[in-house]
Design a binder for this molecule. Structure first.
Ligand code: NDP
Length: 321
């Protein structure tokens, strides 16, 4: 291999990434980010982690020479970044390279939720078009909707550009007003939900945003309300959402992410007004390869030059040991 450092790979990992990584570094692989799976004879060799999954404090503490965690994904809520930072461990993510793909998927999910594309396709495949005639008219339409975006960052802006092309007004909520857009800003998620009937979630997970979409927000969205979640499952109180869908508090939901993946609450599966995807927003060969390359290019840059290409903000100050 070209580099001396050993990289620990956790659990299921992109095949292309695993192969390229093995050509560049020495690698170790364990089934998941569980400190109990680290063996004493190689623990001190590990200087980097490459992972799509949880990296907790205990695992970080088990690897005395750990310098960098390369997170496969732009969202890094599964990495204990506070603990990494406190221990001078760099964390990198994969921004930008997945932005347009994820925005495409968000739009696909929105239209599927509102116009029932998946459900009508099942109707056709079950032979019901021939037996029962035309598929029932969809109760909902994208026409006339007002769209709110929770998390107008890289992906949120790419979603907004697409919505803008559809001729629909856009509003958003972030902690801070974004300088480079003229969409209507709301200083709270509740006020945003009151102002729109279609809410698209693209904010990060983690403690700060946990259950941000609660009963109150769903009520504010209203009976024509459509909720789309492409951000993280933890953003939504799933029990409150299931109740809101059942009682007609909102009209429909399209979800790519869930609080406890791959487990999807039965009430959401049973609900007639949900469109559900198995966390596929960035999941094309093309985009996953670009993400893989960025994970590995970060590791190479770190060990060659002492600088990461795309550090997360919390560890951007950390320099090579
Ligand atoms: P960015 O960091 O560019 O955007 C995040 C946005 O959320 C920012 O505008 C930020 O604004 C806002 N935000 C962050 N925290 C809060 C908060 N507590 N309250 C309100 N707003 C907040 O990230 P990306 O656009 O690149 O990615 C966004 C998220 O999308 C990722 O974190 C990930 O969870 C998810 N994602 C999901 C995928 C999937 O497969 N479904 C694929 C890729 C990403 P401000 O700082 O002003 O608050």
């Amino acid at each position: 291999t070209r580099h001396e450092a050993t990289i620990l790979v956790l659990g299921d990992f992109n095949e292309y990434a695993a192969q390229r990584l093995a050509g560049e570094f020495k690698t170790k692989r364990i089934a998941r980010g569980d400190a109990a799976l680290v063996e004493a004879e190689w623990a001190q060799d590990v200087r980097g982690i490459a992972s799509m999954w949880e990296v907790n404090a205990k695992l970080i503490d088990t690897l005395p020479n750990l310098e960098i965690i390369g997170n496969f994904g732009v969202g890094y809520d599964a990495v204990d970044v506070k603990h990494a930072s406190a221990n001078n461990v760099m964390v990198t993510n994969t921004p930008d390279v997945l932005t347009e793909e994820v925005a495409d998927t968000a739009i696909g999910l929105l239209i599927d939720t509102v116009r029932e594309l998946s459900k009508s396709q099942i109707y056709l495949r079950e032979g019901r078009w021939q037996k029962e005639g035309a598929y029932p008219l969809s109760k909902l339409s994208l026409r006339g909707r007002k769209v709110g975006i929770f998390g107008l960052g890289r992906i949120g802006k790419a979603v907004a550009r697409r919505i803008d092309a559809f001729g629909l007004p856009i509003a958003y909520h972030n902690r801070r007003k974004a300088a480079d857009v003229s969409y209507a800003y709301y200083p709270s998620l509740l006020e945003l939900a009151e102002a729109v009937d279609t809410l698209i979630l693209v904010a990060p997970g983690g403690a700060e945003t946990a259950n941000a979409v609660n009963t109150q927000v769903l009520k504010a969205l209203g009976p024509d309300g459509v909720l789309i979640n492409i951000g993280r499952g933890t953003l939504v109180d799933e029990t409150a959402l299931a109740d809101a869908l059942k009682s007609g508090t909102i009209a429909a939901a399209g979800l790519d992410v869930f609080a406890n993946e791959p487990n999807v609450p039965q009430v959401l599966l049973d609900a007639p007004n949900t469109a559900l995807l198995p966390h596929i927003a960035s999941a094309s060969h093309k985009t996953r390869q670009a993400m893989a390359d960025l994970v590995i290019d970060n590791l190479i840059s770190w060990f060659d030059t002492g600088k990461a290409l795309t550090p997360v903000p919390e560890t951007a100050h950390i320099t090579s040991k």
